[in-house]
Design a protein. Structure first.
Length: 304
């Protein structure tokens, strides 16, 4: 098992050869070593049961074909702290596109799970096929980060959406460098913080459930409140909702977010300097959300 800690950033402009080269040059300037990895097409099939067993347990099951070899992965329930995604995952080789559940460790399954029956109920739900360009980065403190650019599409039947993402994953070392690196990148490139995994996008596409403005309860916890703010902000920036309605809702949720952070004991500069999200620039929003994500990550690791 590995514990995946990553930041997902979404490109807001097409990934041209020039932009890709600029990103690589910037990564080289920010690190002591920037080792390019072979460009790889990744063909991914996601599986589910008719009653969405994996979705109900906040898990994801996929197989991946990479350089002629299949790998099966199960990602278990984890935590999302703003831009940071933290969840345990298991990766094993397999011999075909069809996953073999019995190969995973027995202890990962909830008590009473009939793995054989679960296997028989599996069906392919959607695919995420993309080309990955990646670099293995070594930073000044010795921490190692994998940076990847993914370009392709999520497809469920006849429906498809583009994939255009930059992901930063901590391989070894201090998670702080992950956030510092992301801060540098969002200031220079057309990037905004991603809040949906490829799997979540696939589920939505398969179920024909488009994103919409999210409401939260007045006493909502910080994580669902921040998710609502991120989703509503993205919909507003993409002009996918009525501007007045989205602006009013974001302003309400921003006040709620400030009060929640104050009550949680966050540093005053974190909630006092929160920009007016509905009118702030992409860079301002991304920078502040990364600061908040770092604070949330630190809170989650206390006592470890």
């Amino acid at each position: 098992m590995s514990l995946e800690v990553e930041l997902k950033l979404t490109l807001t402009e097409p990934l041209t050869a020039d932009l890709s080269s600029q990103i690589q040059q910037r990564l080289q300037a920010l690190t002591t070593s920037c080792q390019a990895m072979p460009v790889s097409p990744l063909l991914n099939a996601y599986f589910e049961t008719a009653d969405q067993w994996f979705r109900q347990h906040d898990c994801g099951l996929r197989t991946r074909l990479k350089r002629g070899r299949y790998e099966q992965t199960i990602k278990l329930a984890g935590q999302q702290h703003g831009a940071a995604h933290i969840r345990p995952e298991y990766n094993l080789p397999c011999d075909s596109v069809e996953p073999k559940l019995a190969a995973f460790p027995a202890e990962i399954w909830p008590t009473g799970t009939d793995v054989l029956q679960l296997q028989q109920q599996l069906q392919e739900l959607f695919r995420t096929d993309f080309v990955r360009q990646g670099w293995l980065l070594t930073l000044a403190d010795g921490s190692v980060v994998e940076a990847v650019l993914d370009q392709g599409q999520v497809q469920a039947g006849e429906r498809a959406e583009p994939i255009l993402e930059l992901e930063l994953e901590l391989v070894e070392g201090d998670a702080a460098v992950l956030f510092e690196l992301a801060q540098q990148l969002v200031q220079q490139f057309p990037l905004q913080l991603g809040f949906q995994s490829k799997a979540e996008r696939g589920y939505r596409l398969a179920q024909q459930q488009p994103l919409q403005l999210l409401q939260v309860a007045p006493d909502a916890a910080l994580s669902p409140l921040l998710r609502a703010v991120q989703q509503n902000l993205w919909l507003l920036q993409q002009q996918m909702v009525v501007v007045d309605a989205a602006t009013e809702l974001l302003q309400q949720q921003q006040h709620q977010l400030q009060a929640t952070l104050q009550q949680a004991g966050a540093a005053p500069q974190l909630w006092q300097q929160l920009p007016l999200l509905s009118s702030a620039s992409r860079r301002e929003c991304a920078a502040w959300l990364l600061q908040l994500s770092w604070w949330m990550y630190q809170q989650s690791r206390q006592g470890d």
